[in-house]
Every structure is written in structure tokens, then in C-alpha cells.
Write a protein that binds this ligand. Structure first.
Ligand SMILES: Nc1ncnc2c1ncn2[C@@H]1O[C@H](COP(=O)(O)OP(=O)(O)OP(=O)(O)O)[C@@H](O)[C@H]1O
Length: 743
């Protein structure tokens, strides 16, 4: 077992000197970036390409500066003393002094023993030290001697850096999640450093650190595969904007900024899905059956006339009916193209039908079988040739009446128009709604599905891209010609003859590609604006809430299937949420996914966990790592009593009042000062809103109503019971005669 050792004043001083040296080096790095940034901005003018290069260089300097600022607090937090060799300091980023590492990045392989070494498996480490700092001052050192000879060395379940861990867990919550880089536990470290490829599912009860682990894994992957993942971007999906705000500071504090945080409702660029709708409707929209429903609705928009249609073109009355249009529809469908891309085939077929009717009227030769009388040879029945027919088709294609009929029979559709029209006309009772009024989060996967079914007529965009590529190629060729010219001139000096020139190492098309890649927007920004962007890695948090339709959309964003799926099936609240990971994943990766389980709850104290165990004995709970010494209390009273409790708690750490959705309005009326901004000291939330969050003190109103409130009421109650880090109050609103009383 590891043992704590006392630290002498000399050692304290030595540690302070080293920490000061690291900060001095950080200051130098910062100054250098600041100077470079200023120099870059001073460079003005030049070609558009030179300006773009300057912008991109400036962006790089600014990002590095921001990174150095972000790691200021707790820059160096650990030290490993090997049995032989020099000690290693572990910190938020790697810092070198000439050859030697002053500070090893926590993600580097050399830092790993800091998180996983135990007395049983010390990885060559004799001592592990947690360094606590305030500002730049060392305020505490916690040492563990990893001694395999100490008795009872088989202590499994040993907490790594227990003092530092307990200090972190007991700290007040602020409404912003903190990183756990100083106290990552061994089972968490294994998940964080798991290989990037394939789908990794991280299952664990509330408070086991799933979110924390997912975010640190993002930082680890970006560090380990920087090229690959910063070019394609990493997407982190969370259940709602409040949750994303709650976790938004973690990656910046780990000096990683190039990550896209989004809810599933944010993933259709150009659509702001804020409209609310009943859970039952969202559930219907999330079902896998919507795939067929939408596909059927697209086919329904590929029509033939139910009754004959007449179109007047140049005084000719032309007719279309089901029989004459059916071959065009068959041919368009058989092409296998998506709806919008198959429309030209359908239109061609219809124009053929109409052109034939016009030709029959104006080109018919009544004397075709006896053109000059007597025994003259028969001619063509129709006087028009192929060119005449083509002219007729062109005229028809431009005719507004014909175009209107084509739009009626096979309209070119955007996903928004298609879905809005479908909702307005469907006889599905849950889905029918008037046009307009915006989109809900559950509409977004349907818009995405519709986009896949409809296809974009991107011929104009492709032509523009081809034009741009030509321009880039010409420009690149120009650059190569100029540098090749300057080479032959400079090569007169012998010593420069060996210096390779850009024209020697790069073809024009390669250079053109580089120029295209070097965009001024970051990969994360470009990804967020592009529906068809393929991310390098996708992390889905609270993944149990994701509906089958939303999974389809997420999988489209990650064709490489390099994914981390984080959740707890026992907490599923959404009607369309998951009950089994294999059910969720098998359509995409069959059984090729791996499971990691987290078993220890770092949030919920033993007293609250035991209480939860009594309330919901059917749920298997994670093992709490600490106790608060405070038993949950049960109170009964009316709603004004609730207001009194909230008022009495003011200033005692973060507080959340959690209610079932059905009681929200009523409770909000008596607690008007409470909003939903989790950075405020006290908030009022529904269970769904509280998912993934935590507070020092939770007041849970009428738990039995939450349990009875939905098909997944037990899961909701489980979520609500496990949000507190210190204290839990159960408040039951009893009959009037109990008003204000407690029991
Ligand atoms: N190794 C650790 N060191 C310090 N704090 C930790 C550690 N692991 C988890 N925590 C803390 O425990 C709390 C719960 O973590 P987190 O929110 O990641 O759990 P979760 O499994 O996602 O919970 P839920 O299922 O409720 O969403 C957070 O405050 C987190 O910072």
C-alpha cells in the first residue's frame, strides 16, 4: 500500500523554486508569442494570399497565447520520483528548457504512472507527489511512497492521491464544471487513454465521472493525434445548452480550444431549433419508424395526376394524365438518384410527352402516304425533324405553365420545405401542425434525414468549385513559375545550388490544395457550418437520451466511427432514449464496439446514496467514494414553506430545487427569484434540465410524483436523487393542514 510521508521545509523550498522556474519559462513563452503576434499584425498589404497567410499566422499566435493563459492556474501539479533517475514534474502542458523537460504534459506516456501507479504496480515510481498551488505559490505537498514491501500491498481499490481527490470532491460547486487533471483515477485513466479507433461505450452510474472522463479523453486524443483530429475536428454532443455551458470551461482549462460543443438540435446549420413541444411528440419524432415515414412522404411527392391536367401552351391545349406520366416517374425512380437529382429525368420524360403532343398538332402531314398524289412514294407522317422537336422541348421547358405542373408533380424540395409541408398535411395526429413557428430539437434529425433523402441539386455549387479550383491551379502554377525562375538565377551562387526550391518538391495541384486548405477559419468553425462535415472523433455525452433518429444523424457526422459514447442506461428519461447499447449501436457497427464501466461515484456522498438505495431498490448504484456526515432530511409542507427553506439556504453554497415537469409552473410561481442559469447560486430545474449537473444542496420536491410522472419515472427519480454533492432535502407538499410543518 502507498503511505504518506512528511515533507521537510527544505523540500518545500525546492519545490517552490522549481515551480517558480516553470512559471518564468511560461512567461517567456507568452512574451515571445505576444511579440510575434504584434509583428504579424504590423505586416500590412501584400497579395490576398499573403494577407491570408498573415491572418492564419496571427491566429496561431493568438491561440497559443490563449493556451498559455488558460494553464496559468495549477500549471504544475505533480511530481514522480523514479527509483533511479531524475524526478519528473507533471503539469497541464509540456514545457522544455533546451533539451530537458521542465514540465511533462499530463497526456504524455511518461506522465501515466502519476495516475495509475500503485504500490502493487509502481511502474518504477518510488514516490508520487501532489503539488497544491495558490496562484504561483506552493501551498501543500501530498506524498505517497509506493512501496511494494509494505504489508497489505494488495490493496485494490486504492484511491490515487486521496488527499487531493477528497479536497476536490468536497469543494463548493460553482455552476461550471472543473477539470480533474490533478486527480484522475486509474479506472478513469484507462478510458481516457483508450485507443482512438472504433466505438468506445463508457457506462457508469451518476457521478462516476463520465462527463469528466469524456472531456479529458477529447484533450488526450487531440494531444496524441494532433494532426488527424485538429484537421477534422472533435465534436462533443451534450443534451441541452445549459449542460454545454456547464462543461464549456473544462477543455479551455486544459488548453484545448478547437472542439465543437453542440446539442443534437444544433447540428443542422442554418436551423435554430428552440421551439418547445410535448415530450410525447418528441418521442414519436425520434423513433426509427420515421425513416420509412419520411421515405414514404418523399415518394408521395413524386406524383402523377390524379385527374387529367390541361396546360395551354401557345393556344395548344396539352393533356397529362396518370398513364402518360407514369413512365417518366418510373424512369426517374429507377435511376436510383435522390429526389431532387432525379427530377431532371422526370422532367425530361414529361417534356417528351408534351412535345409529342405539340408535334402531332403542328407537324402532322395529312398527305404523308401520298405526298404528290398518284403513285408518289409515302413520306414521314410528321414533318418535323429532330431539331424542330428539340426547339419545341426547349420552349415547353421555359413555359411557366409547364414548369408549374412539373413543380406540382415532382417539386424540388429543401428539407425545411418538405418537413413543414409534411407536418401541415399529414394525418398523423402527433405530427400535424400549422406551417411556421420554428423548429424543435426533435425536428433536426428529421431535417437531416430529409436532406439525405432529397439530395441537393448542387450542380451550381460544383461548377463554382470547379471554377475556383481552376483559378487556384493557375495561381499555383504562377507561383511555381516565379520560384523556378528565381532558382535558376540564384543558383549561380554555388552554395545555394543544393537548396531545394518549392518547384522541386511540389506540383501545382499539390500547392493549389495547400492553398485551399489554409483557410482562415479553423476546422472547428468550418465543421460547425457544414452539414456534411465528417468529424475526426465524436463524443456523445448523456448518450442514453439520444433517439434512434438522432443517432442516424450523429453517425453521418462520423463516417470513421471513431466515437466515444458516454451514458447510463439507468438514467434514461427521454421517451425515445436508449435501453440497450447494443440495440443503439448494432445498426452501425454490429457488435464491433467496446465497453468500459465506471463503478465509483465521486459526486454523491454515501448517506445520499444509501437513501437513494432505499427509495429505488431496483437500481444498482455505484459505490460512493466519500461520506458527507449529513443524512438527507425529509420535510412536508405547503409551497410557501418551500420558499422559506430556499430563503434560509441562501449563501450556503449552490442550491437547486428540482421538480417534476408537471409541477414546474406551480413551483416557479412561489419561487420567482429562481431562474435556470446554473451559474446563479440558486436555481429551479426540472429533472431533464438537471441531468448531468450537480449542486452542493438539492431540494427535491415530491419525489413520488416524479416517479409516477412518466414511463421512465424511476430513472428520473434516480437522476434527481443523485445531483447533490453535500446535502439532500426531500420536500413533500402535503395537505393544507400540514402547511409549514415538518416531519
Ligand atoms: N477523478 C476525479 N477527481 C476529482 N473529481 C472527480 C473525479 N472524477 C469525477 N469527479 C467529479 O465528480 C463529479 C461528477 O462527475 P461527472 O459529472 O463527470 O459524472 P457523470 O458520471 O457524468 O455523472 P452523471 O451520470 O450524473 O452525468 C464532478 O464534479 C467531477 O468533477
Amino acid at each position: 500500500m502507498s503511505s504518506l510521508s512528511s515533507v521537510s521545509a527544505t523540500e518545500f523550498g525546492e519545490e517552490q523554486r522549481h515551480v517558480t522556474m516553470i512559471y518564468t519559462r511560461l512567461d517567456e513563452m507568452r512574451d515571445r508569442e505576444r511579440t510575434r503576434l504584434a509583428e504579424t499584425w504590423r505586416r500590412t498589404g501584400g497579395t490576398p494570399e499573403a494577407r491570408a497567410q498573415r491572418d492564419s499566422a496571427a491566429r496561431g499566435h493568438a491561440e497559443r497565447l490563449a493556451r498559455y493563459d488558460a494553464v496559468e492556474s495549477g500549471l504544475c501539479f505533480g511530481r514522480l520520483d523514479p527509483h533511479d533517475g531524475t524526478p519528473l514534474r507533471i503539469g497541464r502542458i509540456g514545457i522544455h528548457d533546451t533539451e530537458d523537460p521542465l514540465l511533462v504534459d499530463w497526456r504524455a506516456p511518461a506522465a501515466r504512472p502519476f495516475y495509475v501507479a500503485t504500490a502493487v504496480t509502481p511502474y518504477g515510481v518510488a514516490r508520487r507527489r501532489h503539488i497544491r498551488t495558490r496562484g504561483r505559490t506552493v501551498v501543500g505537498l501530498d506524498d505517497e511512497v509506493l512501496d511494494p514491501d509494505v504489508a497489505a500491498a494488495a490493496a485494490s481499490g486504492t484511491l490515487v492521491g486521496e488527499a487531493a481527490l477528497m479536497a476536490a470532491l468536497d469543494a463548493h460547486r460553482t455552476g461550471r464544471m472543473r477539470d480533474i487533471v490533478e486527480t484522475i483515477q486509474a479506472e478513469q485513466d484507462r478510458v481516457i487513454r483508450s485507443a482512438a479507433g472504433g466505438v468506445l461505450v463508457v457506462q457508469g452510474g451518476p457521478g462516476t465521472g463520465k462527463t469528466a472522463v469524456a472531456l479529458h479523453r477529447a484533450a488526450f486524443l487531440l494531444y496524441t493525434h494532433r494532426e488527424q483530429f485538429s484537421a477534422r475536428g472533435v465534436l462533443i454532443v451534450g443534451p441541452n445548452p445549459t449542460f454545454l455551458r456547464y462543461i464549456s470551461q473544462v477543455l479551455p482549462s486544459l488548453a484545448e480550444t478547437g472542439v465543437v460543443l453542440a446539442t443534437p438540435g444544433d447540428l443542422f446549420p442554418g436551423v435554430d431549433a428552440r421551439r418547445a413541444e410535448p415530450e410525447a411528440v418528441a418521442e414519436v419524432k425520434g423513433r426509427a419508424a420515421m425513416v420509412e415515414f419520411l421515405a414514404g412522404a418523399v415518394r408521395d411527392r413524386q406524383r402523377v395526376p390524379a385527374a387529367p391536367i390541361e396546360i395551354v401552351v401557345d393556344r395548344h391545349v396539352l393533356r397529362l394524365d396518370a398513364a402518360s406520366c407514369e413512365p417518366a416517374r418510373r424512369r426517374a425512380r429507377a435511376s436510383g438518384r435522390l429526389h431532387n437529382l432525379a427530377r431532371p429525368i422526370f422532367a425530361d420524360g414529361i417534356l417528351d410527352v408534351l412535345a409529342a403532343q405539340v408535334a402531332e398538332r403542328i407537324g402532322d402531314d395529312p398527305f404523308w402516304d401520298d405526298p404528290l398524289g398518284e403513285d408518289d412514294a409515302p413520306g414521314e407522317r410528321n414533318l418535323l425533324n429532330a431539331a424542330d422537336l428539340a426547339d419545341i422541348r426547349d420552349d415547353l421547358a421555359a413555359d411557366p405553365g409547364v414548369r408549374a405542373v412539373l413543380d406540382e408533380l415532382w417539386p424540388v424540395l429543401t428539407p425545411q420545405r418538405f418537413l413543414g409541408d409534411l407536418y401541415a398535411t399529414t394525418d398523423h395526429p402527433d405530427l400535424r401542425r400549422a406551417p411556421g413557428g420554428g423548429w424543435t430539437p426533435a425536428d433536426v434529425p428529421l431535417l437531416d434525414e430529409a436532406a439525405e433523402l432529397l439530395g441537393a441539386d448542387d450542380s451550381a455549387a460544383r461548377a463554382a468549385a470547379a471554377r475556383e479550383l481552376r483559378t487556384r491551379l493557375e495561381y499555383a502554377q504562377g507561383v511555381l513559375d516565379i520560384t523556378a525562375g528565381s532558382k535558376s538565377y540564384e543558383a549561380e551562387a554555388d552554395d545555394e545550388a543544393e537548396i531545394p526550391n518549392i518547384a522541386d518538391v511540389m506540383e501545382a495541384d499539390m500547392l493549389a490544395e495547400r492553398l485551399a486548405d489554409r483557410q482562415w477559419r479553423s476546422a472547428a468553425e468550418r465543421a460547425a457550418a457544414d452539414r456534411s462535415w465528417a468529424y475526426g472523433h465524436v463524443i456523445v455525452d448523456e448518450a442514453q437520451e439520444v433517439s434512434p433518429m438522432a443517432w442516424r444523424m450523429l453517425m453521418r457526422r462520423c463516417p470513421s466511427r471513431s466515437m466515444t459514447v458516454v451514458g447510463d442506461l439507468a438514467q434514461t428519461g427521454a421517451g425515445a432514449g436508449a435501453e440497450s447499447w447494443s440495440e443503439v449501436l448494432s445498426p452501425y457497427v454490429a457488435d464491433r464496439w467496446r465497453l468500459a464501466e465506471l463503478t465509483v461515484s465521486y459526486r454523491t456522498p454515501a448517506e445520499i446514496m444509501a437513501y437513494a438505495g432505499r427509495m429505488i431498490p431496483q437500481v444498482e448504484l455505484p459505490r460512493p467514494v466519500r461520506s458527507s456526515g449529513v443524512e438527507p432530511r425529509e420535510l412536508t409542507g405547503d409551497l410557501s414553506g418551500l420558499a422559506a427553506i430556499v430563503a434560509a439556504e441562501a449563501g450556503g453554497g449552490s442550491l437547486a430545487v428540482i421538480v417534476g415537469a408537471g409541477r414546474f409552473a406551480e413551483v416557479a410561481a412561489v419561487l420567482p427569484e429562481l431562474g435556470q442559469d446554473v451559474e446563479e447560486p440558486a436555481v429551479l430545474l426540472t429533472v431533464t434540465q438537471a441531468k448531468g449537473l450537480e449542486f452542493d444542496h438539492v431540494v427535491l420536491v415530491d419525489p413520488e410524483e416524479i416517479r409516477a410522472g412518466s414511463r421512465r419515472g424511476v430513472n428520473d427519480l434516480y437522476v434527481a436523487l443523485t445531483r447533490a454533492t453535500q446535502r439532500l432535502t426531500i420536500y413533500r407538499t402535503g395537505p393544507a393542514e400540514c402547511a409549514g410543518g415538518t416531519r
